[in-house]
Design a protein around this ligand. Structure first.
Ligand SMILES: C[S@@+](CC[C@H](N)C(=O)[O-])C[C@H]1O[C@@H](n2cnc3c(N)ncnc32)[C@H](O)[C@@H]1O
Length: 413
């Protein structure tokens, strides 16, 4: 069965709304760069980067069957602060017992929980504290402080992003780092091994998380991102982490301002399905456009034909809707892969029935979504094959999907 492209003629107009928005209105940008730099320097001295390995993304308790796997990866140093866990208290507690001040900073700047002004005054000193308040980085009342930003530790750097808003995102120009950012970055890291590349591109870059990740293997990296606020955050992150100038960032609507070719392209674009009206009026980092949210990923994959060098490597995230048992991304990719000679492997990394626009998903009969890494090389032999997925993980994720669907509160039940 072939799922019709009914709503998918790639008219690609969703950006018009945001163009008006970025030209017409004022949105808070990154905080003062010097203040941010001082804070990041202090966090480094307090071993904040060490917390990057503690799994902190909560999953339902009954999924603890997957915990031995998480724990094993933790012991191997392969987890991140975005690794899902049913038992977050298991990780970090011991370390935090001997790093109490870092725990306060981690809870404030990574988990975005409240802190007491007196503790912060003691840890950071009054001068830095007033700098943070004056720059709007933190707000306080009645002796309680909260951070307006999130500081994400990763590798040797600390990224500036917005606090997590979960699935109920309300900020239009949201600056994103999430679990999928780390999934792609880890994959790119493993895939690149120790090879050297000439020119790398991070498309739909957000905080430039992916570009950052590949930079040590590339002579130069370009990050392209549409959201002006994210561009500003990425530049502030570069400055505060002392990154050199082999890295440039450009504001671009997908390929619009990208020139030349690349031997490696990484992209974590928006890829969730939503109705036209939501795409046009809300939340730039989440909805992937028409054709069940595959519009932007497909435009990017298509662009690999033009922007990848012969032999070049492309890595891209997308979510495939499963409709009446049919996983439809594969059939959308095949003609593009053949046209451009892209040898492609679809690597599943999560089965989920997350519903960001429940009405749309019910209307379009989307049973669930399969998250994929699209891994491609421009060899001239266009093809798409599907990689395997660990049986136990698939079983538990599909069980969770089944259980959620049976709940009377679940949309479409
Ligand atoms: C899921 S976020 C990922 C951010 C980053 N790549 C990462 O891995 O953390 C998707 C990003 O794509 C950006 N984006 C959305 N539409 C875009 C477009 N038309 N052109 C360029 N960037 C776009 C969003 O603003 C957002 O920063």
């Amino acid at each position: 069965m072939s799922i019709p492209l009914a709503d998918s003629v790639v008219t690609y107009q969703s950006i018009a709304y945001f163009r008006e928005l970025s030209e017409g209105s004022h949105v808070d940008q990154a905080p003062d760069r010097e203040v941010l730099k001082q804070l990041i320097d202090t966090l480094r001295k307090r071993d904040y980067l060490f917390t990057a390995r503690f799994p902190a993304l909560r999953r339902p308790l009954w999924m603890f069957a997957l915990e031995p796997h998480v724990f094993l990866r933790y012991v191997q140093g392969r987890t991140s602060s975005f690794t899902p866990t049913a038992l977050p208290a298991l990780y970090g507690n011991k370390w935090f017992r001997s790093h109490k001040d870092t725990e306060i900073l981690y809870r404030l700047f990574y988990l975005n929980r409240n802190a007491e002004i007196d503790s912060l005054d003691r840890i950071l000193g009054s001068e830095m504290l007033s700098g943070l308040v004056d720059s709007g980085m933190i707000k306080y009342s009645n002796g309680i402080v909260r951070s307006e930003y999130r500081l994400v530790p990763r590798g040797d750097s600390i990224f500036l992003s917005d606090p997590d808003q979960g699935n109920r995102r309300t900020t239009v120009q949201y600056v994103y780092v999430g679990n999928d950012s780390v999934v792609l970055a880890d994959f790119a890291h493993r895939t690149m091994l120790n090879r050297e590349y000439e020119r790398g591109l991070d498309l739909c870059a957000g905080t430039a998380f992916q570009g950052y990740n590949i930079r040590s293997n590339c002579r130069s990296v370009l990050a392209a991102e549409f959201n002006p606020r994210a561009v500003d955050f990425a530049r502030a992150t570069f400055y505060a982490n002392g990154i050199n100038d082999s890295f440039s960032i450009v504001q671009s609507d997908l390929w619009e301002k990208v020139t030349g070719t690349f031997d490696i392209i990484v992209s974590n674009p928006p890829y969730y399905p939503a109705s036209e009206c939501l795409i046009n009026s809300k939340i730039l980092d989440v909805f992937g456009g028409t054709d069940h949210g595959m519009e932007k990923p497909l435009i990017i994959f298509d662009g690999f034909g033009q922007y990848l060098d012969k032999g070049g490597l492309g890595m891209l995230l997308a979510a495939s809707p499963v409709i009446m048992g049919e996983d439809i991304l594969m059939e959308r990719l095949k003609p593009l892969a053949e046209r451009h000679g892209l040898e492609t492997v679809l690597i599943p990394w999560k089965f989920t029935n997350i519903k960001l626009d429940p009405e749309y998903q019910v209307q379009h009969g989307i049973d669930y979504l399969i998250h994929y890494i699209i891994h491609t090389r421009k060899t001239g032999n266009g093809s798409v094959i599907l990689a395997g997925y660990p049986y136990l993980v698939k079983f538990l994720e599909k069980l969770q999907i089944g259980i959620q669907k049976r709940l009377s509160s679940w949309p479409g039940s």
